[in-house]
Design a protein around this ligand. Structure first.
Ligand code: APR
Length: 317
């Protein structure tokens, strides 16, 4: 059992995270920080705590508007930020368009972590994902093995779900991975997609796979449009916990993680989604997989998009 997990941002994702941690009895202590309302975080925590007799779970859960409650956290999961929502004119912003507002919030989050939980593993979910993790890393000056973004687990889960549905098999039979930035340039890796260990093309034809990969790249936006306000929140929360569990239980599990590249895949100094071994040291190894020329080209384009957003981060200071 983990001693303490901190969650920054008690909105849709933060709320699911807190409830799920209690339900799984994953940590002895949970601390939820949110600056909103009279005390949104305290309210969410009270709601969850009052369900504990029904869950049959004894977790010490506290919410507050201040970051001091993060003291002693082993993990901090960052969900603080504005999600994508419909504009008054009916259009939707891209994740990148959230950058300016979410950067300001991220700097406050970094200050809070620096002051109260400097040694914690940090898993960030706020968008634009790759740029926010980059900013957090610069502000936290943390060991890069201990700071990462959650995107690939979710993007890969979406890819797996679509493939499983098209093939008419269990999601448990599908292995699939999506690499690159967490934007419309993300790269579903068809050459690594398997159903029951067999190439996916034996079950789903190439045309259908093209459509599935397109849907995967735009899956976040599909949910945003259906919801009308806000973005996906159950799947991102559950995906982040997959990473927490891999680290806390030293699973040595290979999952796609938004990790700092230091020469791998020919990239230096950017956070990009790549397969990593997660264990008690955090990101213990970045795995370089062989891509087809088309996949390698698509990954390069995706990295270029991440680089462009990170240049804006640097310019914002
Ligand atoms: N400190 C703590 N919490 C903050 C701060 C801050 N400085 N600034 C904003 N928040 C809180 C908001 O008050 C809000 O309750 O972050 C919360 C975000 O919750 P939601 O608006 O419900 O957004 P959510 O769907 O949870 O998504 C959060 O993750 O997937 C991304 O694009 C999404 O960037 C968004 C983030």
């Amino acid at each position: 059992m983990i001693n303490k997990i901190g969650i920054v941002g008690g909105g849709n994702i933060g709320g699911v995270l807190a409830a799920e941690i209690v339900s799984r009895r994953l940590a002895r202590n949970v601390a939820l920080v949110d600056v909103k309302g009279p005390d949104l975080a305290a309210g969410k925590c009270l709601d969850i705590a009052e369900a504990m007799p029904v869950y049959g779970s004894d977790v010490n859960i506290v919410g507050a508007k201040t970051y001091d409650i993060l003291t002693g956290c082993d993990f901090v999961i960052n969900t603080a930020g504005v999600p994508r929502a419909m504009r008054p004119d009916g259009t939707f912003p891209s994740r990148e368009e959230l950058l300016a507002i979410n950067l300001q919030i991220t700097d406050l989050v970094a200050d809070g972590i620096n002051e109260f939980a400097p040694g914690a593993f940090v898993i960030s979910i706020a968008n634009p994902l790759d740029a926010i993790v980059y900013r957090l890393f610069k502000k936290l000056k943390a060991n890069p093995a201990r700071i990462m973004g959650m995107a690939g687990v979710l993007d890969s889960a979406r890819y797996k779900y679509f493939v499983a549905t098209a093939a008419g098999v269990s999601v448990e039979n599908v292995e699939a991975v999506v690499l690159g930035g967490h934007g419309d340039t993300m790269v579903p890796i068809r050459s690594a997609c398997r159903i029951y260990g067999l190439p996916v093309e034996q079950f789903v034809d190439a045309k259908a796979l093209d459509a599935i990969e397109d849907r995967t790249r735009n899956a976040g936006g599909e949910v945003v449009k259906l919801l009308g306000s806000g973005s996906a929140f159950v799947s991102p929360a559950i995906s982040a916990l997959e990473m927490v569990e891999a680290i806390a239980f030293d699973k040595k599990k290979i999952v796609p993680v938004c990790a700092l590249l230091q020469g791998q895949y020919g990239v230096d100094g950017l956070f990009v989604g790549v397969p990593c071994i997660l264990g008690k040291g955090g990101i213990e190894k970045i795995i370089e997989i062989t891509l087809t020329p088309a996949e390698a080209e698509a990954l390069k384009k995706s990295v270029d998009a991440v680089r462009k957003t990170c240049a804006e981060v640097d310019a914002a200071k």
